[in-house]
Design a protein around this ligand. Structure first.
Ligand code: ZN
Length: 63
């Protein structure tokens, strides 16, 4: 698990990324990594897949 910033310049919010299944013996393939706030999508190679979680889900929304 690690924390990333959204690459959308109008979002830039932080979210948690969990990569799973990446230790299986498969060819790395591009998988979707979707920002949980704005839906901005990037593709990154992995043998598994990604799960993302909002980091500030316990806070009040101010939008
Ligand atoms: Zn975003």
């Amino acid at each position: 698990m690690h924390v990333e910033h959204c690459l959308n310049p109008e979002c830039k919010r932080k979210f948690e990324v969990i990569e799973f299944g990446h230790d299986r013996p498969a060819q790395p393939e591009p998988r979707q990594l979707v920002c949980p706030y704005c839906g901005h999508t990037v593709y990154r190679k992995t043998r598994g897949a990604f799960i993302v979680h909002q980091l500030d889900r316990m806070m009040l929304r101010n939008d």
